[in-house]
Design a protein around this ligand. Structure first.
Ligand SMILES: C[S@@+](CC[C@H](N)C(=O)[O-])C[C@H]1O[C@@H](n2cnc3c(N)ncnc32)[C@H](O)[C@@H]1O
Length: 196
């Protein structure tokens, strides 16, 4: 059963920032876009960015350098990460599991590249409960968001996908974030770890 969500964007943003700040060491950010999370990374984090689309990747490189992260973003898809096994301490993804072609393959790759006990932080919008008005709306707009918004599928249950993956699901914190006017869309902050 889904616990009662906290309502409001500010609460979600604060929880996402807290989780990002908890990442340590060498951190791979998947689907990094233009780089929305630099301000929240802890001091001493060695950031590696992966982004499949060329346009955002160019902006990402500029923003990364501005924040002191000199490694050029990796041009690859998160379903096939060109890094060795057990090579990063943390993986971060924000509003990206909604967009990837194959979430299960991405989570397998996350489990592969993380060191044993390494941390995954995800902050994602997810499917509303079946039968709800918001879920019906998510189903209705899905063909358009798939086409026009980075392949975004608003009907994904990302917490369930992590639970089915080789990772150990630790916490899922639920939020209801007003998106269009007063329409509340469920968001989650997920923390998981690689098996030891
Ligand atoms: C909604 S944007 C989020 C960007 C950023 N994480 C943020 O929070 O602002 C999703 C990003 O994931 C990228 N993306 C989509 N599918 C991907 C994949 N399979 N592998 C890597 N990046 C992907 C898109 O190009 C886009 O930049």
């Amino acid at each position: 059963m889904t616990p009662t969500p906290t309502v409001g964007r500010a609460a979600f943003v604060a929880a996402r920032a807290r989780a990002v700040r908890g990442l340590r060491g060498r951190v791979l950010e998947i689907g990094a876009g233009r780089g929305a999370n630099f301000a929240d990374l802890g001091p001493g984090v060695e950031w590696l960015g992966l982004e499949s689309a060329a346009g955002p990747r160019r902006r990402l490189a500029v923003n990364a350098r501005r924040h002191g992260h000199l490694a050029p973003p990796i041009a690859a898809s998160a379903e096939s990460v060109p890094l060795p096994a057990s090579s990063v301490d943390g993986v971060l993804g924000t509003t990206v599991l909604c967009s990837v072609r194959d979430p299960a393959a991405v989570l397998d790759e996350v489990a592969r590249v993380l060191v044993p006990g390494g941390r995954l932080v995800l902050a994602e919008h997810v499917a509303a409960p079946p039968g709800s008005g918001v879920r019906a709306l998510q189903q209705a707009v899905r063909p358009w968001t798939r086409l026009l918004d980075h392949g975004c599928d608003p009907t994904r249950d990302t917490a369930a996908a992590v639970a089915r993956s080789p990772l150990r699901l630790e916490t899922v914190t639920w939020f209801l974030v007003p998106v269009l006017g007063r329409l509340g869309v469920p968001f989650v902050v997920i923390e998981a770890s690689a098996p030891r």
